[in-house]
Design a protein around this ligand. Sequence first.
Ligand code: NDP
Length: 295
Amino acid sequence: MSNNIIDGKAIAAEIKKEIAAKVALMIDAEIEAPHLAAIIVGEDAASQTYVVSKEKACHDVGITSTIYRMPEKTTEKELLEMIEFLNQDPDIDGFIVQLPLPKHINADKIIEKINPDKDVDGFHPRNIGMMQLGLPTYLPATPFGIIELLKRSNVEVAGKHCVVLGRSNIVGTPISILLSRKSEYGNATVTLCHSLTQNLEEITKQADILIAAIGQPEFVKASMVKKGAVVIDVGIHRIDDSASEKGYHLVGDVDFEEVASVAGKITPVPGGVGPMTIVSLLQNTLLASKKRTRQ
Ligand code: NDP
């Protein structure tokens, strides 16, 4: 692997070992292993893949996992009842509702119903508010993973200009908050860009750290990146590819081939932010179980 690549897969494997060791200590002390549940509604192929990857990751570190599969035609009321069931179930430390949900279900209403103490995705308004205030809480998995990735790659963020492309509630907005916070791993100067931002290239070229989370395949080109910048690619897109066994290959929001030649450090897709998102969910589940056991 080229020496400017941030290997998310290897860093995630390192964190998984740390989590596995902590879970093993719990089991040695005859404390129930952490238990994560996931609800998935419908048949969306990418969501099915993500849920199975999360289950496998749980298995790898000794976290118990349960998947609740609900049909596409599930009503909002039925889903709210399922959430209430998991809110009350003392055996479940934390759970997630895999997004996106079918169009007839209001995702905001669903997220608000989750007990914030079990909201290991960190999407509940209470947890978002606590994050914003710098209070201890579950951090949303992707931003949490990006922070760990930067930290463990020895990327200094304090005082740096960080440009975030995309302002979604699950990636762009929370990562911009975390990096700009007056905190141990924050203090960056953050510019948050979106689809109405003008002169985008002028702004991205000023970035010491550029985080792309816009959902546009290979959007970021070498001409948009300052030489030596750290580039974090959050995007994941399946591109049809008859030459590949799976029938597709994955690309990010960054044109990797071009940008790798100017970036100081860069995350690949796959093997960058994706594995870090999953381990962050495991970290949050471990934290949830500690609340149960008051360790
Ligand atoms: P959303 O689609 O929710 O949001 C996209 C954001 O990008 C919006 O704020 C939008 O602006 C902005 N945007 C879109 N086009 C442009 C443009 N041309 N110039 C500037 N800004 C633009 O995205 P998500 O945050 O949910 O996901 C982003 C990508 O990351 C996707 O590819 C997704 O699959 C991937 N992803 C990967 C994860 C991982 O673990 N690796 C986890 C989560 C997501 P506006 O607000 O104005 O509409």
